[in-house]
Design a protein around this ligand. Structure first.
Ligand SMILES: NC(=O)c1ccc[n+]([C@@H]2O[C@H](COP(=O)([O-])OP(=O)(O)OC[C@H]3O[C@@H](n4cnc5c(N)ncnc54)[C@H](OP(=O)(O)O)[C@@H]3O)[C@@H](O)[C@H]2O)c1
Length: 285
């Protein structure tokens, strides 16, 4: 059966990689983006399987709902939403203004909430649907100068965990994708400039992070096309997911594996070490 995918943020990177991956499985895609000009030729070349729709995930809820209605009207349904649109905000806690923090959450968290909220009535009515969220290694581990970005992805993880528990009984599926560093434009100096901190204590660290991201550009281990194919496998029950129940979370990338295993071990070690204090605050029964 051919599935209809709605993907946000398809102008570049991971979102863009979904388009050929979806088409290669014989599915259809509604490719959404703030600026659709770079996508028009894809629709012209594949009129029966690609539809391009303008969508800024920070738009008001009623505008998102209109866009989702339009998307459903194209082929009469949407089977899978991929909440991919997002960006990275780099800076120390002190250097990130409340406005910068809000903007980051507005795209990475509220955007995913708006789009999924608009689709949920459709999914509930059909008692089927997949909600995919492109989270991050930063949804599980906080690194220096990522408090805004990691904060947004941690928030997304908590919300999605709750969503999955609410909607699994309705027959809906939820998948959190947690990539490490993938070869896209996310950390380019255009999209995510790293300003050298004016706080003297942070200047050296911000220079290090700027140089690290500059040197990493184009050399990230993660391949967006492979990520898209893993998600397709889970949703379609094919390839790596053949005969298996999909997990709620999938870490992608050797770098993510190393960081998250390290954190999990430290967390469990700390929980075990302080277990007697943890339980010491209970009332005597
Ligand atoms: N690459 C990585 O290493 C990595 C690792 C972990 C997680 N991720 C996550 O993967 C997702 C995709 O990022 P990417 O790496 O593919 O970076 P990317 O190449 O910069 O792509 C980001 C996409 O999101 C879109 N976008 C940003 N703000 C938007 C908005 N308000 N409304 C609609 N679309 C918007 C961008 O559109 P414009 O062209 O209009 O800006 C672009 O299409 C993000 O959620 C990111 O957090 C990436």
């Amino acid at each position: 059966m051919s599935l209809v995918w709605l993907v946000t943020g398809t102008s570049t990177g991971i979102g863009r990689a979904f388009i050929p991956a979806v088409l290669a499985r014989g599915d259809k895609v509604i490719a959404t983006s703030r600026n659709t000009s770079s996508l028009e030729s894809l629709q012209c070349d594949n009129p029966d399987s690609v539809r391009v729709l303008p969508l800024d995930v920070t738009s008001p809820q009623d505008e998102i709902e209109k866009a989702v209605e339009q998307a459903i009207a194209v082929w009469g349904k949407v089977d899978v939403v991929v909440n991919n649109a997002g960006y990275s905000q780099v800076g120390t806690w002190e250097d990130i203004s409340p406005e910068m923090l809000f903007a980051c959450f507005n795209t990475n968290v509220f955007g995913a909430h708006r789009v999924t909220r608009a689709l949920l009535p459709h999914f509930r009515q059909r008692r089927s649907g997949w909600m995919v969220f492109v989270s991050s290694l930063s949804g599980l581990v906080g690194h220096p100068m990522t408090s805004a970005y990691a904060g947004s992805k941690f928030a997304l993880e908590g919300m999605v965990e709750s969503l999955a528990a609410e909607t699994a009984p309705l027959g809906l599926h939820t998948l959190l994708v947690e990539p490490g560093r993938f070869r896209t434009e996310i950390s380019s100096s255009d999209k995510s400039p790293v300003h050298i901190s004016e706080v003297p204590e942070y200047a050296e660290m911000s220079r290090f992070v700027r140089d690290y991201l500059r040197d990493l550009s184009g050399k990230q281990q993660g391949d967006p096309a492979k990520l898209a194919n893993v998600v397709l496998d889970f949703v379609r029950g094919e390839g790596v997911a053949e005969g298996k129940e999909a997990p709620l979370r999938i870490l992608l990338g050797g770098d993510a594996l190393q960081d998250v295993k390290g954190k999990t071990e430290r967390l469990l070690g700390s929980i075990n070490e302080w277990e007697h204090v943890t339980t010491s605050t209970d009332f005597e029964s």
